[in-house]
Structures are given as C-alpha cells and as structure tokens.
Write a protein that binds this ligand. Structure first.
Ligand code: ATP
Length: 289
C-alpha cells in the first residue's frame, strides 16, 4: 500500500513583517503561491512501528531532523497510531533556498498519511497540525495561493495568480532566516503593498501583480550578500517583468509572460548560478502528473 504526493515549492509574491510579537515571533502578512518545481513524496505503509526516511539527496537529513519525519511522528502521536511508514523523498526543490522545500515535504506527508491511513481529517485539521511543525507548513498543506498572516499559519485562500513563467536562480550561499529577521529594522523598512497585490490577483491583472511584488527582507539579505542584487540586475536587464527575492533568500525569481524572454533570462543566469530553473506558476492544487 502506498500513496504519492507532489510537494511544490512556494514563492512569496509579497512578504511584509508588521511587528515583533511579545512571544518573539514576527507578525507577518505574506502573499504566497506555488510553482511547478516540486519534490515527490512516496509514502509506503509499514506494519512495524517506525518511520523511515529515504532520499537520494545528500542535503536532506534522514532522521528526526527531517520535517517529513516530524510530520509523520506528529500524526502518529496525535492519533495514537502504532503503524509505520517509509517516506521516500525525491528532492527537486533546492534546499535552504527560501522556497519552503522542507515545509512542503512535511505538508505532503500530512496530506498523504491522511489518505494512506484513511484518517478522514479536513484540510483545516491538517493545516493546524502543520502549524505545529513550522510557520510555512500550514500554507503548504493548502498547496494553493493564499494570504498568510499571524506567524504564517493563518491562511486565507486566494484565486490563482495570472499565469506566467517563473525563472529562479539560487546562488550557492547559505542564508540564515533567523539572522535576516534579527537584522530587520522595522522603523526604516519599506513595506510592500499587500492589499494591492491581493487585488491584482483577485482581478487577474498581470501588470498590477508585477508592479506590486515586494519583500521587506530583500534589502536585509542584499546588504549581507550583494550577489543577490547582481542576480536581480541580471534578470532585470534580460527583460523580466518583475524580479524579487523569495522568503529570506537567497533564491531570486523573475516573472515573465513571454517564453522567449523567459528563455533569455534562464540562459543569461546559467553562467552566474549552479541552480537555475524555468517553470510555470501554479497557484492551485495540482494533481500528480
Ligand atoms: P523556508 O522558505 O520555509 O525558510 P527554506 O527553503 O529556506 O525554507 P528548506 O529547504 O526547507 O529551507 O531547508 C531548511 C533546512 O531544513 C535545511 O538545512 C535542511 O537540513 C532541513 N530539512 C529538514 N527536512 C527537510 C526536507 N524534507 N527537505 C529539505 N530540507 C530539510
């Protein structure tokens, strides 16, 4: 018995931080969507009471540090289950990139175990479990386009954004999300217009969406890693309609409608970065290919 789940990467079309909360989390307001760059998760039922992680990627931990492992453990503990699962992760999403790869694997594990073990949980119940694993996991459970508030776990679904190409480049630098948030000075930061982004998506206005992409963390990451700025400039010069860093970085993405232009951006970046991708925007729950 086994099930397959697709675990797509997310990008932030806008990312705002409103204030630091008394519990030390940041109150955020983010518009996120999914792209057609995905890990594949295969879940196989085991009769023995264990969770086994299997992945060919050397960047992914194969023990309890893996977010997919934590998701399975949480389901077992919450519902007192003694059956086990072998989780095979075929990794496509670059690791530690600002694309929520680990969170998406955890979310896919929650969705998949719900099916494998016939738990009958609603999407809201799965998202509530996800929030216990990490701030982006609830969004990834919905696997769609949404406004994420609170510390990222309060999800309001949105329609899919206007469709386009997304060209992504991940430089080989490691960015600590925690350090970026610590260096954010909210008094001096430029806040993106989340409301305008939501309206652009609801009205299906491509140009308005491009005009309103924004990420309050971008300048913080750029001040530490100027390469992120160079990638942005390269994308802009190659004709991108919009360019933004995702999450706390270091991945930079560009939005573009014309395929020829997307190809031009993709080719211009391959000398710059090892990991460059050209994919379609998804923005809605996609079935397995
Ligand atoms: P976010 O955008 O949510 O901040 P990210 O894209 O920056 O996430 P991930 O790819 O999720 O980062 O990986 C961050 C860390 O999590 C890595 O150092 C990795 O060791 C660990 N990790 C745990 N489980 C996974 C997983 N299933 N896939 C990738 N990384 C994982």
């Amino acid at each position: 018995m086994y099930v397959l789940e697709k675990a797509p990467a997310k990008i932030n079309l806008s990312l705002d931080v409103l204030y630091k909360r008394p519990d030390d989390y940041h109150e955020v307001s983010m518009v996120m969507t999914t792209i057609d760059l995905a890990d594949r998760i295969e879940l196989r039922h085991l009769n023995s009471d264990q969770i086994i992680i299997d992945s060919e990627s050397r960047f992914v931990p194969n023990d309890e540090r893996n977010l997919a492992y934590r998701a399975a453990k949480l389901v077992k503990d919450t519902y007192g289950l003694s059956n086990g699962v072998k989780i095979f992760i075929e990794k496509q999403i670059p690791v530690a990139a600002g694309l929520a790869g680990g969170s998406s694997d955890a979310a896919a594990t929650l969705r998949g175990l719900n099916r494998l073990w016939s738990l009958g949980l609603s999407i809201e119940e799965l998202a509530a479990l996800g929030a216990k694993i990490g701030s982006d996991v609830s969004f990834c459970v919905y696997n769609t386009t949404a406004l994420a508030q609170g510390r990222g776990e309060r999800i309001t679904e949105l329609p899919p954004p206007p469709s386009c190409w997304v060209v992504l480049a991940k430089p080989s630098i490691g960015v600590s999300t925690q350090t970026i948030y610590q260096n954010l000075q909210l008094d001096h930061a430029e806040h993106p217009n989340t409301k305008a982004m939501i309206e652009a998506i609801k009205e299906n206005k491509y140009n308005r969406m491009c005009h309103n992409v924004g990420n309050i963390l971008e300048s913080v990451t750029i001040s530490k890693y100027p390469l992120v700025k160079q990638i942005k400039e390269q994308m802009e010069q190659s004709g991108a309609d919009a360019v933004l860093m995702s999450g706390s970085g270091p991945t930079v993405f560009s939005l573009v409608q014309k395929e020829t232009r997307a190809n031009r951006i993709y080719n211009s970046l391959r000398g710059f970065c090892d990991q460059v991708y050209m994919v379609r925007m998804l923005g809605y729950h996609s079935p397995l290919d």
